[in-house]
Structure formats: C-alpha cells, structure tokens
Design a protein around this ligand. Sequence first.
Ligand SMILES: [Ca+2]
Length: 296
Amino acid sequence: MVRIALPLALLVGLALVVPGLSCDRHRGSGPALAGAGGGGAVAQTPEPATAHKPASNGAPVWGYRVVKTYPHDPRAFTQGLLYEGGKLYESTGGRGFSTVREVELETGRVLRQKALSPSYFGEGLVMRDGQLIQLTWQEGTAFVWDVRDFGLLFQHRYKGEGWGLADDGTRLILSDGTRTLRFVHPDSFVELGRVNVHENGRPVTNLNELEWIDGELYANVWLSNRIAVIDVATGEVRRWIDLKGLIDLRPEPPIGDAQNVLNGIAWDAEQKRLFVTGKNWPKLFHIELVPPAGGG
Ligand SMILES: [Ca+2]
C-alpha cells in the first residue's frame, strides 16, 4: 500500500475535492507498525468529511482544561479505552499489532496484554461483569476476554464494521464510522435498534471511539479534534468538546502522522475523571470540560 503521509488538514481538504479519496484510517504507521506492511488494512471511503463540522447555529462548543498529563505508549494505535476498578484498559489496532491490554495510568506501562491474531484488527472496548468485550474492524467478530487472565471466553458475530463500543448499562452501543449507532444485546450481539446522529438535521458521521458518561454518549469524530456528546434517544448532538491544541502533532512522523488523531475516551466514574488520548500519542490527558462563555 502506498504510504500516505499528508498533514491532516491537507488530507481532509483533499477528501473534500476528490470524490472517493479514501483515507486508510487504520494504516497505523506508528513505531510499532512501521515497516510491517502498514497494517495491511484495506482503504475505506469515509462519508463526507464536512459532515461533522458543526453548524454555526449548532450545538454549543465546550473547551477543556488539562488537569494532569500521563505517559502513553506511542506504539499503541488506540482504538478503545476504558477505566474500571482503578485500572486502565486499552484496545489497540493494526494488523499484527492489535492487543487488549491493562495499562498503568501513572507510568503508561503495559502491565499485561493479549495479542490478537494478525488476521484481526482490534477496535472498541468495554468492560462488563468482569469481561472485556473487544470489537474488530472488518472481521465481524467481538472477542470476550476474562479480565482476570485475558483468557478467551467467547466470540460474538456481527455484521458490518466495528469501530467504537460503549455500554449504557443495558445495551452495548456500536459505531461503525457512519452516522449510525447500533444498539446490541450484550450477551448475544443481537441488534436491538439503531439511531442516526445529527446536529440540527445535519448528519454527523465518522463516529469512532465511544464512552458512556452519566446518561450521554461521548464519541470521537474520526479525523477531527472534536468529541460529540450525543443524546442516544434522539441522535441529537447536545454539545461538542473541542480538544484543539491538546497535543502538538506537528513534529516529524510518526508522531505527526495524519492518522494519529484524537481517539480514546475513558471515564473514571468513581473519581469523576475524564481521560483522553490519541492514536500513537505519547501522552494521555486527564481533562476537565469548560463551558462556553455565556453557558452551554
Ligand atoms: Ca471508551
């Protein structure tokens, strides 16, 4: 696969003027992936990159404040992130580099991990009843791991692509890069319903990593610095979180690679801490959200 190393702005700009230009979101050119066929992923055609740009009369845009910065494994092509029981768990992508792992928050050190077969590409991750449920990108398979030893307990099958995964306490919520969220039964992956995400009637696409926080769904929007906060009953984006400037990705690749976008949201429900990171980012951030002037 031809290596595409364009600045993000240029890449998005090209996507606007070149119909069908596909962005290989999962090429994963980070240190762990370099020279290994780039992950061998098949390019895909995202929906129009303009779709996620908030309308001028759209939902309020919140800012952020960094509370604390932690190290993050720059070889981790982050696809899923969660915090549960005082521990941080992560799902990484890339063909031959996909893992499910427990990470030490303070140091970023990988305490233990399970590597996926090279034919699988890790994606969204949730914890439920002592089990880690991990999506795969195009393999239609969700792995259920025993959190105690990362032993494989079960596999579910589902249709289409898997990007992000969240748990609303009753159902799992699955994103696939489109504007559509699917609700599936946590024990069977049988589909229970779906909703299209929008802002003032405009579709919001490229929904990626997810997190369920106090009755709302937080969603990374692929190739953007924004998180959409969604009312899943209606699909309406209630507000945006703009994380522009959180990390300086301008230095040389791989850190500056266009694929190394914001991705990964984890919520520490006990201590009310919000963590975010990105693909192959060397840092993970505990942030607080700041409402817009005039209220949000
Ligand atoms: Ca998450």
